[in-house]
Design a protein around this ligand. Structure first.
Ligand code: TRP
Length: 335
């Protein structure tokens, strides 16, 4: 049987953090053997919020590429590529935008949340329309599975609708994708208030040093009712405990919960254990990152090769799309 195909990726707007790891990266690494995996660095999508400073995107692309390699995406298995160079994605976006309605985009919950977050009264055409572009990211390679964090689910459903509509309007050439959300779709940030995110300054980055991780954890708020070491704890309201639940083994979580409630363990110790645990996860990533950081030519070659493979797939899809839409005037004699 042919392998299924995954497509997923990130906007290069800064380094990736633990929220990305639990939401999506972990699934990608796990599935790269079983699936034919395409990983997109969505630099055009990064322009939706960075069009005034496009100069910073190059460094962010490099950081995201290093994050991918550091977590163990293997360029021999996964095709890592850059969105803006796969021009077929831009072409598809234009074709899709003819049958997508503006109202549909305005009602997209993720767009609404993000518009509020960025304070957009009047959205740019590109920002409002980025879900169309994201649908093109997913469908140009006919991906059937999209590992993402919870906030991305409306976009994947939208891509599904677009693929279905295209297939009905023209010919059934596109694949309808499904979302695959990580076990922890949404990781809370160090502030305990909102989801972990770069813009909120509450993130632990995959590229943080062991000392930075320990420091961030030591400064995080725990149970506000627990002022003294002898006060009984309430793990259910504690951000540190919520991380133990995500990253620690189940037996340890049960133990910690009991010890916290009976004040048998203090927050300082509990935090130290968490820092050790997270650094245990991040150490192998740090090692791989250091290797690729000292081999920039290799990273560039991985990105160029990946992008070239993605383009080949894109050209093939565009041929079928043009044929389905009766736009193949030269029937393969010119492309
Ligand atoms: N919107 C995603 C994010 O903000 C990034 C992204 C772009 C993406 N294209 C994609 C994710 C296609 C999954 C599939 O992180």
């Amino acid at each position: 049987m042919a392998k299924g195909r995954i497509l997923t990726g990130d906007r290069p707007t800064g380094p990736l953090h633990l929220g990305h790891w639990v939401g999506s990266l972990q699934n990608r690494v796990r599935l790269q053997d079983e699936y034919d995996a395409f990983i997109i660095i969505a630099d055009v999508q990064a322009l939706t919020t960075n069009f005034e400073n496009p100069g910073k995107i190059a460094e962010d692309v490099r950081q995201v590429a290093l994050d991918y390699l550091a977590v163990g995406l293997d360029p021999n298995k996964a095709t890592i590529f850059i969105q803006s160079f796969v021009k077929e994605i831009a072409e598809l976006t234009v074709f899709y935008s003819m049958f997508v309605t503006v109202n549909r985009l305005r009602h997209n919950p993720t767009i609404k949340t993000e518009a509020k977050q960025y304070g957009y009264q009047d959205m740019t055409y590109g920002f409002l329309g980025y879900p169309v572009s994201q649908a093109a990211d997913i469908t140009f390679c006919k991906a059937n599975l999209v590992p993402v964090g919870e906030d991305q689910v409306p976009h994947i459903e939208f891509a599904r609708t677009i693929a279905r509509r295209f297939n009905e309007l023209y010919k059934p050439v596109l694949v309808e994708p499904s979302a695959l959300v990580g076990e922890v779709g949404r990781l809370v940030g160090l502030d305990g208030q909102a989801k972990m995110s770069k813009s909120l300054g509450n993130a632990i980055y995959l590229s943080d040093s062991a000392e930075e991780v320990a420091k961030k954890i030591s400064m995080a708020v725990t149970d506000p009712a627990r002022m003294k070491r002898t006060d009984l704890g309430h793990p259910e309201v504690c951000t540190i405990f919520s991380y133990h639940k995500v990253f620690n083994v189940p037996e340890a979580v049960v133990d910690l919960e009991g010890q916290c409630r009976k004040a048998e363990i203090g927050c300082v110790d509990c935090k130290k254990r968490l820092a050790a645990l997270l650094n245990g996860l991040l150490d192998p990533m740090r090692e791989k990152r250091a290797y690729y950081e000292s081999h920039p030519d290799m990273v560039e070659e991985i990105l160029i090769n990946g992008t070239e493979s993605a383009r080949q797939v894109g050209r093939q899809t565009m041929e079928e799309v043009r044929e389905a839409m009766s736009l193949n005037y030269f029937a393969g004699r010119y492309e």
